[in-house]
Design a protein around this ligand. Structure first.
Ligand code: SF4
Length: 280
């Protein structure tokens, strides 16, 4: 991709719940492919600032586009398609981050790259994380782990924290929920454990979908067995993304699903705690 074809994007969003589509629609396929191959450019849904829920401290979050999973509870299905994101060079994205670097350090925060699935454009993401590290900014990725094999052990040096989504233990249930197998996610967890690199587990609690306590127990036992899981975040399902499914014309299976009760969320946390993990 030529540098001139990069869009000067109004990157910042109030939240990732802003609907964004077709922002790279005009780009030729060869440009998209060369961006992915070189990693000099990537595709972002948006930047958000001031997040206190996407890693330690206060975070700038770069939301990437592109995801190979189709989670039934996904609240940002507009991030599934790479071309829905703005094409942006590594240097543009790093300059955006640079504006916040001092404040991020003061607030014990950093950069989180989320999505979508960041590893769909792992070369770009690694270059951005490296640029952040060079500025002295703490780095986190939030990933479903399916493409963890794209990361070499040396690549882990650019990532201070991995927030790993564990969604369901039962293989058949996992496939129905996400469209893909859980194996590669577990393998990434094991590799990070072998290198003693910290993980935060993210688990989305959805009534009648992921709330089976025996299933949660198996996830908890796996996570506890790794030895490098610093905390587990039990995230209650919500309907903030429902309008996106409707506007994108995608069948939404959770139309009538309600948020879990506080009691149900506490029960799930208790399962993780019983395995010896810190959970909230
Ligand atoms: S992995 Fe994340 S972005 Fe991808 S479908 Fe699942 S919830 Fe959505």
């Amino acid at each position: 991709m030529s540098k001139t074809s990069a869009v000067k994007a109004p990157l910042e969003a109030k939240s990732p719940f802003e609907m964004r589509v077709n922002l790279s629609k005009e780009l030729p396929e060869t440009d998209v492919q060369s961006a992915l191959d070189s990693g000099d450019m990537g595709f972002l849904h948006s930047f958000t600032t001031g997040s206190t829920v996407d890693g330690p401290g206060v975070r700038v979050v770069a939301w990437t586009t592109g995801c190979m999973w189709r989670c039934r509870y996904c609240h940002n299905p507009d991030t599934w398609t790479m071309r829905n994101g703005y094409p942006i060079s590594v240097s543009q994205a790093a300059e955006e981050l640079r504006k916040y670097r001092h404040g991020l350090k003061v607030m014990s925060g950093g950069l989180t790259v989320s999505g979508g699935e960041p590893l769909m454009q792992h070369r770009f993401v690694l270059k951005l994380l490296k640029a952040a590290k060079d500025m002295g900014v703490h780095t986190t990725i939030e990933t479903n782990g399916f493409l963890g094999s794209q990361l070499t052990d040396a690549d882990f040096e650019s990532i201070d924290l991995v927030m790993l989504g564990l969604k369901k233990w039962d293989p058949q249930g996992h496939k129905e929920l996400t469209g893909r197998e859980i194996g590669p996610t577990l393998e990434l967890g094991r590799r990070l454990a072998a290198q003693k690199r910290p993980i935060w587990i993210r688990f989305v609690l959805v009534p009648n979908l992921t709330d089976d306590l025996d299933d949660i127990k198996k996830i908890a036992e796996f996570a506890a067995g790794l030895g490098n899981v610093e905390r587990v975040e039990v995230l209650p399902f919500h309907q903030l993304g429902r309008f996106k499914w409707k506007e994108l014309g995608i069948k939404y299976h959770l139309e009538n699903t309600e948020a879990p009760t506080a009691e149900a969320a506490e029960k799930a946390c208790a399962v993780f705690r019983a395995a010896g993990l810190k959970a909230n």
